[in-house]
Write a protein that binds this ligand. Sequence first.
Ligand code: CP3
Length: 354
Amino acid sequence: MTVKPVEATTRSGMTLLPPFLAACLCRPVPHTPIWVMRQAGRYLPEYRELRSKVAFEELTRRPDLAAEVTLQPLRRFNLDAAILFSDIMTPVQGMGVELEFQPGPVVRNPIRTDAQIDALPELVPERDVPFVLEAIKLIRPNLPWSAPLIGFAGGPFTLLCYLVCGRPSKEFGPARAFLYSQPEAAERLLDKLADAMAAYLRAQAAAGAQALMLFESWAGLLAPKEFTRFALRGVRRTMAGLRSTGIPLIYYVNQGSALMDCVADLDVDVIGVDWRSPLGEVRRVLGPSKAVQGNLDPAALFSSPEELKRHADAVLEEAGPTPGHIFNLGHGIWPDTSPDAVARLVDHVHERTA
Ligand code: CP3
């Protein structure tokens, strides 16, 4: 299967990028691009309908269904990007870690010993998670040029949180205690996960993903010093293996208000931020060469139509006129959100910035 070229050439010979990719590279855009974290999921009736018949894990393992769910939000909304339907724990399952989605990931034997870390095999994506690559190949030909496909993985530290703790948690106490009680073991686990995620994301790019995003959902659990020692160690290692793909790299740092200094010199194109950090401040710290992605509070989708526009405008205002802003929520959309609110948000951002 051939993959469509990313760049289109105009008659005058200029190359045009889809707005999402242009914004990732801090280039001028015809309008501010927008997509929504967790845009394929439970707030959509058509997802719930399919999900009532098929378990979540099967949705992720069946390329035709993963492709279908990826495309669902694109049929409803004028989104500027698609994101592969999968989970951050899918490649970890591919490495032989037994887990269940309940709906959050629950690991049968949490990883806490040297022997368990040593026993973790490397990830060979084509062998261990071929269905993910197959899904990407099915999705690409069905996407408009204007909506590039984002491939993703979990940040090594966020994966460590689930692997050590064994289940979703507010504070991930056992995972943080592990960093302090067994720091060298933690580093070895992070390095293994970082290499696995680099291989995984390279394979996604080869299959047709047009940008790559690492979700560091639990970054905010760490103080800057530990964030730098552990989380950034993993991210640097993963990202270093991805520059050769030549496609934009995005690092999402949830609850990262206190961590922006730490990521300012990270070799990525885009930093994704939650709603707690005003984008103007974030951009001052990151400088003009990094794009930002975010950061409307997912709760704002519950305000009145007029108020929602004002909240979206406030985000645009903070981001400012300098190129390099991708509009998004500050974290995943809530399952009880009205799809109508998403439609209004997407159209408003486009109209307001065109
Ligand atoms: O539209 C998209 O964004 C693509 C799909 C996607 C899922 N998970 C589907 C999913 C993505 C990008 C993820 C990433 C993911 N998974 C993250 C990082 C992003 C974030 O929210 O911080 C994390 C931390 C996970 C781990 C995870 N998987 C949790 C905590 C849960 C349960 C709670 C929840 O928010 O749904 C899951 C299960 C999961 N992953 C579901 C979906 C649609 C729900 C499963 C179901 O339908 O029952």
